[in-house]
Ligand binder design. Structure first.
Ligand code: ASP
Ligand code: MG
Length: 427
């Protein structure tokens, strides 16, 4: 008998039918003899709808009230799920984040979990009940207020519960079958992975893969929680996310071979800003990126050209999330005279492609394969950046899907058959 934590996303509990289907899965796990604790998201697009509603009433809603409002979404789904389980003849109890002992800091809308004291969860398990916990929420003991963890926070709730309860596995359910070598909507021949290292998963998630949330994977890596990402719509195995020292279950401790390339991530959510004619003297990059940082933008790639000898000026380009671009441009324009650059160019038609694999550390020539594949496809590279286990390139957004397909093939990642894509968002 194991203790299993399961997380169900909003798309899995979008309506009564979905809630009943999830309840059945939970009961099946219980029937197999396991203790089950469930973290559940708000139904469907509830969180977005509540945000819209708040925006209609107050242009800048008070963070405390907004958190109370948003936390209601998960309270609805947790109670309905408990009711569905009752009607199948099983005992279930739902708890809010506060009741489940999710202790966070006091940052409304982006709270961090600082500890979990799941006393009532343990008691309920001891009494034989299935436990349902509202995802995405906690409370701050100093203010005694309800907090939320930021969008997609239910994954983190589940992993934190799994860690605090010392669960055997944290199963994260969505409408996709697991982690793929690429987004199957972009690369039809993407393959589902049996396992992936948490470090590779973090790089993929940070570079556009949407199946798991970064903070949940980070938490799992830090606390040694085994994640199993799987689909609500099929009973087959999904993908295990392994932290250092873990091995794939049922393989008798056989170490996983480190793939040279685990997957290809694509991201259309970035924009590029180019600052033209920056005086090539010490301190200019510092000035510029201080201004950008103060605007709240999260800078990703940076490229500085060699300056033209005749002018003593250079161009600096950087990428950032599309949503941050306006604020960054405005902040830079306000300091144009001070910094002394000539002009700004904003480009929101870019795409970013990243190739990730832990085996890159020990293999050379990985980037050559990428550049070769793009060159054969006639696709121009605009920027390049690398980390120990990742190579990223910026391209025209229109080229991104083709690029992902040729690169996926070039690394031998293509599966025999086309991946099944269930309708939905992957959440
Ligand atoms: N309901 C929240 C959201 O939509 C949390 C979650 O789904 O994980 O972001
Ligand atoms: Mg949601």
């Amino acid at each position: 008998m194991a203790l299993i934590v399961q997380k169900y996303g909003g798309s899995s509990v979008a309506d009564a039918e979905g809630i009943k289907r999830v309840a059945k899965r939970i009961v099946d796990t219980r029937r197999a003899g396991h203790d089950v604790v469930v973290a559940v998201s708000a139904m469907g697009d509830t969180t977005d709808e509540l945000l819209d509603l708040a925006a209609q009433i107050a242009p800048i809603p008070a963070p405390r009230e907004l958190d109370i409002l948003l936390s209601a979404g998960e309270r609805i789904s947790m109670a309905l799920l408990a009711l569905a389980i009752h009607s199948m003849g099983y005992e279930a109890r739902s708890y809010t984040g506060l009741q489940a002992g999710m202790v966070t800091d006091d940052r409304h809308g982006a709270a961090r979990i600082v500890g979990v004291t799941p006393v009532r969860v343990r008691d309920a398990l001891d009494e034989g009940a299935i436990v349902i916990v509202a995802g995405f929420q906690g409370f701050n003991p100093d203010t005694q207020d309800v907090t939320t963890l930021g969008r997609g926070g239910s994954d983190t709730t589940a992993v934190a519960l799994a860690s605090a309860l010392d669960a055997d596995v944290c199963e994260i359910y969505s409408d996709v079958d697991g982690i793929f070598t690429a987004d199957p909507r972009v690369v039809p021949h993407a393959r589902k992975l049996d396992a992936i290292g948490s470090e590779e998963m973090l790089e993929l998630a940070a570079n556009g893969a949407k199946v798991l949330y970064i903070r949940a994977v980070e938490f799992a890596r830090r606390h040694g929680v085994l994640i199993h990402a799987r689909s609500t719509f099929s009973s087959g195995p999904g993908t295990y996310v392994l932290s250092p020292g873990m091995t794939l279950p049922d393989t008798e401790g056989e170490a996983m071979e480190e793939p040279i390339v685990a997957g290809v991530a694509t991201d259309l959510g970035q924009a590029k800003i180019t600052i033209i004619g920056v005086p090539d003297v010490p301190g200019k990059a510092a000035e510029i990126f201080k201004i950008v940082a103060k605007s709240g933008a999260n800078v990703d790639m940076i490229v500085q050209n060699v300056s033209a000898a005749a002018t003593g000026r250079t161009d600096i380009s950087f990428t950032l999330p599309k949503a941050d671009a306006t604020a960054a441009l405005r902040a830079l324009a306000a300091e144009q005279a001070e910094v002394g650059f000539e002009s700004l160019v904003h480009d929101d038609q870019i795409g970013k492609l990243s190739v990730v694999g832990a085996g890159m550390r020990t293999h050379s020539g990985v980037s050559a394969t990428l550049f070769e594949a793009l060159s054969i496809a006639g696709i121009n590279i605009e920027m390049i950046s690398t980390s120990e286990i990742r190579i990223s390139v910026v391209l025209r957004g229109d080229d991104l899907a083709t690029a992902a397909r040729v690169v996926h093939s070039a690394y031998g990642l293509d599966g025999e058959i086309e991946a099944v894509v269930h309708a939905g968002t992957g959440r």
